[in-house]
Design a protein around this ligand. Structure first.
Ligand code: HEC
Length: 294
């Protein structure tokens, strides 16, 4: 009796919530077509580079040569605006540089320091323990130098965006330098569907960016912009994939190890399950037919 009463009370409240949701537009939410803006129609979700990344999949591995090329792109191009505050020079040993190389590499960077004689802020050569510095003293200076947009730190960018590695690759390789005029995707012409859509300087048109207009000028603009020491041809998609792989490593250096540990743990869990099952069989074998009497 009490149970039926409780169910009725529950139904009553559920009914009230249902009725209330109609007053909030629940019905029209499903029936009315919402007007779709250009960001909805022309945004393209991240794509993988051709052939994918070496770190993809459950058996993924780092491609150290690619990570080193990506580091070169970061150093020669991206570091002009972006820091990597959670990555230290010594971490580069993980992508195949020796201790000596890392020391020399660190010394080729200037990092913020203090003049020991005057106490004034100054720049000094980097040490292996320093993190990749921001080129700007603070966010205000960063915004001032970039038309009010602050270049984000890239240490965790592949974690902070959905399909991060693919996103960074697509964003860099996907600028439409000609702008939105005449831009066509999937048979739809942007300027015909949205005549009001504009890309006004200092913004740049990039369909892989959620808002289509991004405040970062295309950083990779010509094939051969970076000269790779391993002889790889540095096309824009190649440089984009390389730096995306490097930033994936920067965001999760232990990714490959994590995947390998996963397999070991799975194997162990399987083994433990079999053991437990055998033990259960053994322990219960004598009791199988004995019924419990209360
Ligand atoms: C001239 C300065 C400059 C250079 C060089 C530069 N960036 Fe940027 N970057 C920016 C600015 C400014 C933003 C912020 C854009 C915005 O919010 O609209 C940005 C944003 C980004 C974002 C974040 C986009 C998002 O989803 O919020 C990524 C990723 C990025 N840059 C990667 C790179 C990489 C990789 C390189 C090197 C190949 C690079 N950038 C070179 C200025 C720069």
């Amino acid at each position: 009796m009490i149970r039926i009463g409780a169910i009725l009370v529950g139904l009553f409240f559920a009914g009230v919530v249902l009725l209330w949701s109609f007053s909030q537009g629940a019905y029209t939410h499903f029936t009315e077509e919402v007007e779709k803006g250009p960001e909805y129609v022309f945004y393209i979700p991240p794509k993988s580079p051709e052939g994918g990344f070496a770190h993809d999949g459950a058996f993924g591995k780092w491609d150290l040569a690619q990570l080193q090329r990506g580091y070169q792109v970061y150093k020669e191009v991206c570091a002009a605006c972006h820091s990597l505050e959670f990555v230290s020079f010594r971490n580069l040993e993980q992508i195949g540089y020796s201790e000596e190389q890392v020391k020399a590499e660190a010394a080729s960077w200037m990092v913020p320091g203090i003049n020991p004689d005057t106490g004034e802020a100054t720049l000094r050569a980097g040490l292996a323990t320093d993190a990749f510095p921001s080129p700007y003293p603070n966010d205000i200076a960063a915004a001032a130098a970039n038309n009010n947009a602050i270049p984000p730190d890239l240490s965790l960018i592949t974690k902070a965006r959905k399909k991060g590695p693919e996103y960074v690759y697509s964003l860099l390789a996907g600028y439409e330098i000609a702008g939105p005029q005449g831009y066509e995707h999937d048979g739809k012409v942007l300027s015909e569907m949205f005549p009001d859509f504009q890309t006004v300087a200092p913004l740049y048109f990039n369909p892989y960016f959620e808002y289509l207009n991004i405040a970062m000028a295309p950083p990779l603009v010509v094939d051969g912009q970076v000269t790779y020491s391993d002889g790889t041809e540095s096309t824009i998609p190649q440089m984009s994939a390389d730096v995306a792989a490097f930033l994936t490593w920067a965001g999760e250096p232990s990714m490959v190890e994590r995947k390998q540990t996963g397999w070991i743990v799975l194997g162990f869990v399987l083994f433990a399950t079999i053991l437990a099952w055998l033990a259960k069989k053994q322990l219960w074998s004598g009791l199988k037919s004995a019924k419990r009497k209360d």
